[in-house]
Design a protein around this ligand. Structure first.
Ligand code: MG
Length: 299
């Protein structure tokens, strides 16, 4: 039997045909009873001040951070080191950032399989470390030749498999929407939430990154409300140059913080950024200013 491309990729050919139920718009429900959101700051390992891992954790704890975000590359080899370093500390491992091989929505089977197997390895380690989830971008520019509809159907199908692995490991896959300069496939938080809704698996969730949201969202508040229960992680940086928050003039996160409060957000807000000035001073000042803006945010 000759397979056409959609059948070859294992994608339903029925989508769009009469009789296929449209998803219902129910991504957002107000928490009942409302959970009070809390600002839990996190920082990527490479962004923190300090040389060794111990120095970085000491610095972050001293400045009231509650999370450490690490890269996913070879994470399996670091589980013991990280478990030891975090033992007896208030700080927890927040999210694991990417680090996998392959492309999940590539048109090439071997590239998809490479992504699936390396993501599963990272998810197993992320679960052992108690991480909120592993951050993944479905495809950057030019990483897939599939059209949008085909790519989305493939992603929903493969996320169900990855989500199951993640859930069993005690963690999640976290979709990350990027801005248009980096990818065209997934750019808005609400679109990511709709993908989570369609997969409908507890092992599949979403994150929002204030840096990308600066360019793609009309309202941070609306974006986070649309994400609702699917939002499990947030990245933060200055809004014009992606440095430490407040290193750009006019950096303001209040609208987004209002959204996080409305949905009763329980996750981390994690620094993913460069730094213009003295790292220790800039991070400490940013933590203080973010706490002030969090207080100013009224839902
Ligand atoms: Mg990010």
């Amino acid at each position: 039997m000759k397979l056409n491309r959609r059948e070859f990729l294992g994608i339903s050919v029925a989508t769009g045909a009469a009789g296929v139920l449209a998803p219902t718009a129910q991504a957002f429900t107000l928490p009942d009873p409302p959970q009070k959101a809390r600002l839990r700051l996190s920082c990527q390992e490479g962004v923190s001040a300090g040389g060794s891992l111990t120095e970085k954790l000491d610095f972050l704890e001293a400045n009231g951070f509650e999370g450490l975000e690490v890269g996913g590359r070879d994470l399996g080899k670091r589980v013991e080191e990280l478990q030891k370093a975090l033992q007896g500390r208030k700080i927890k491992l927040s999210a694991v950032c990417a680090g996998f091989d392959g492309v999940l929505i590539s048109e090439q089977e071997e590239v998809r399989q490479k992504a699936l197997s390396s993501m599963k390895e990272i998810l197993t380690a992320a679960g052992a470390l108690g991480s909120v989830g592993m951050i993944m971008v479905p495809a950057f520019h030019n990483q897939t030749k599939l059209g949008h509809q085909e790519a989305r159907e493939l992603l929903v199908k493969l996320l169900a498999e990855l989500g199951e692995h993640a859930h069993k490991a005690g963690t999640r896959v976290l979709l990350e929407p990027l801005n248009r300069r980096e990818c065209h496939f997934l750019r808005q938080v609400a679109d990511g939430a709709a993908i989570c809704r369609d997969v409908n698996h507890p092992g599949v969730a979403l994150m929002g990154d204030f840096w990308h949201m600066t360019w793609e969202e009309t309202s941070d508040l609306a974006a986070f409300i649309a994400a609702g229960k699917y939002l499990q992680h947030v990245h933060i940086a200055s809004r014009k140059t992606r440095k430490v928050p407040f290193e750009d003039e006019g950096d303001n996160y209040i609208d987004g913080f209002k959204g996080l409060k409305i949905i009763g957000y329980q996750g981390f807000v994690s620094f993913e950024c460069g730094c213009k000035g003295d790292r220790a001073k800039a991070l400490a000042a940013a933590a203080k200013l973010l706490r002030e803006q969090w207080e100013q945010a009224r839902g």
